[in-house]
Ligand binder design. Structure first.
Ligand code: DER
Length: 236
């Protein structure tokens, strides 16, 4: 199967194994793989899904839930989530992820941490040994607009990301604006700086004006990758 088939394979396998009848509160991530997650959950039947509530990780995720006629809920109403399933831009051997390719990583991390189990679904391109191997855009960082130039300067001259850049929109003049009305900076780091992702996460998070960092360390329980030969690789 091509890349879309690989995404579907990962999503279907993960839903079949991790979205069970007793799971009632389900977090839905963002990106182009999660539509297959929703598709597979719908196939579990309207009766079962009538008793469930689905929590979105942003506008796109919310529209997915609404279009699937699934019950919509908010994380301030459901503070504990049974399972959250989401995509990723890259996953290393320890299940650390780079996320934020879709500029949704703030709400995604809230729901990932709120879940008893956080499951990643992706195609084979995201299956890496170390972070930064394939995802060359760098670490996505959500910043408040007021502080973006200072954060850029600190990333470039202090934290060792000279090519850090403000993410510009394609279908809009100016920068990408997140669901939280913030900007996104993409900061590439060399392998020696990102080989310890959790300490890099802390350094970036402490920069004044940073809202959230697209490094998800020690959160995911398992990751499912659809492969080109129709097999699925599971990391746990
Ligand atoms: O922004 C994110 O982290 C999303 O989950 C996204 O990057 C996942 O990418 P996908 O479109 O390949 O599923």
């Amino acid at each position: 199967p091509g890349i879309e088939g690989a995404k579907q394979l990962a999503a279907y396998t993960a839903v079949d194994k991790h979205i069970l009848p007793h799971h009632k509160i389900i977090g839905i991530g963002s990106g182009s793989t999660v539509p297959y997650v929703v598709e597979r959950i719908m196939q579990q039947g309207t009766e079962l899904n009538k008793g469930r509530t689905f929590i979105p990780t942003g506008f796109q995720s919310k529209e997915l839930i609404i279009e699937a006629r699934l019950n919509l809920g908010d994380v301030d109403q459901y503070l504990t989530i049974d399972v959250t399933i989401d995509g990723a831009d890259e996953v290393d051997a320890q299940l650390n992820c780079i996320k934020g390719g879709g500029a949704c990583h703030l709400r995604e991390k809230v729901l990932a941490e709120a879940a008893k189990s956080f499951i990643i679904v992706a195609d084979y391109r995201k299956n890496g040994k170390y972070l930064g191997e394939n995802f060359a855009h760098g670490v996505p960082i959500e910043v408040v607009p007021f502080a973006y130039a200072k954060v850029l300067q600190n990333l470039r001259s202090v934290l060792g990301s000279p090519n850090a850049s403000l993410r510009m929109a394609k279908a809009k003049a100016g920068p990408v604006v997140t669901d939280n009305a913030n900007f996104v900076i993409d900061a590439p780091f060399s392998r020696d700086l990102i080989k310890d992702p959790s300490s890099l996460l802390t350094k970036i998070k402490l920069l004044t004006g940073v809202v959230e960092v697209g490094l998800f360390c020690n959160i995911a329980q398992a990751a499912y990758f659809g492969n080109q030969d129709g097999s699925v690789t599971i990391k746990r």
